[in-house]
Design a protein around this ligand. Structure first.
Ligand SMILES: [Zn+2]
Ligand SMILES: [Zn+2]
Length: 243
């Protein structure tokens, strides 16, 4: 399964990075994990524009995680996309997002494809892209803040990968790291050094750091690499312990 980092920046403009968005290949199409500004541009660059994205997951309400959604839907509308698309988002955030899309005439009524909005819930996550996943709410936002923020675990080529999204503390993902081989850690609101060290203690083999704060250039962190926009990783061959 190929993972492509489309946007690796946080909430402010960066000269070389778009905001948070990751394309994760699945058996029945790709899952777009968040749709930050510039994700459409990156999808075009990746030749993954129309055919691949089957499911979109929006983790929380902050603009750097969904501000690319209107252009994504505008592009699909413009090209007359036929393949169905589903958007997973917490119920409390779904209404305002759908209302925004309706204002732009980008909602389901104005799309050429079947567009489904599905309420994101904690627990087993089985999107149409065919992934086998699990979702939980983390501590980046309180639950009453448009449903809070969500982390995701996926089975990719037989290994457990955890995608943190924004977190307020390492503690809110720690209990979910058991048997996790790779952690993709959004590091904007935490100290990456402490978090990576905590992940290693829980048995995680590799950490990929992303969501770089705009005032911080990536610096060496032991046992971790920093993602860059358009970085591609093959989950099956991503370095294993000892490699
Ligand atoms: Zn963020
Ligand atoms: Zn956030």
């Amino acid at each position: 399964m190929i993972i492509r980092f489309l946007g690796t920046s946080a909430g402010n403009p960066h000269p070389r990075r778009m905001t948070s968005s990751t394309l994760i290949e699945g058996p029945n199409g790709a899952l777009l994990l968040d749709a930050g500004e510039g994700c459409s541009q990156r999808l075009v660059e990746a030749d993954s524009w129309s055919q691949e994205v089957r499911s979109v997951l929006i983790t929380h309400r902050h603009a750097d995680h969904h501000s690319g959604l209107p252009m994504l839907l505008s592009g699909y509308k413009g090209e007359g996309r036929k393949a169905p698309l589903e958007i997973h988002v917490h119920q409390d955030l779904m209404s305002p997002l759908r209302s925004w899309m309706k204002t732009l005439k980008l909602d389901d009524e104005h799309q050429s494809c079947e567009l489904s909005w599905l309420p994101l819930q904690e627990g087993i996550f089985t999107p149409a892209s065919g992934h086998d996943g699990f979702i939980w709410r983390n501590d980046h936002l309180p639950a009453d803040d448009y449903g809070g923020c969500h982390s995701l675990a996926l089975n990719l080529d037989g290994d457990r990968w955890v995608f943190s999204s924004d977190i307020g503390s390492f503690a809110s993902i720690e209990a979910y790291l058991e048997d996790t081989r790779v952690l993709v850690l959004e590091s904007c609101h935490i100290d990456p050094v402490t978090a990576v060290s905590g992940a290693m203690k829980r048995g995680v083999e590799r950490v990929i750091l992303t969501h770089v704060p705009c005032n911080l250039e990536p610096f060496p962190v032991e046992d971790a690499i920093w993602a860059q926009d358009n970085m591609i990783i093959d989950a099956a061959s991503f370095p294993r312990e000892g490699n």
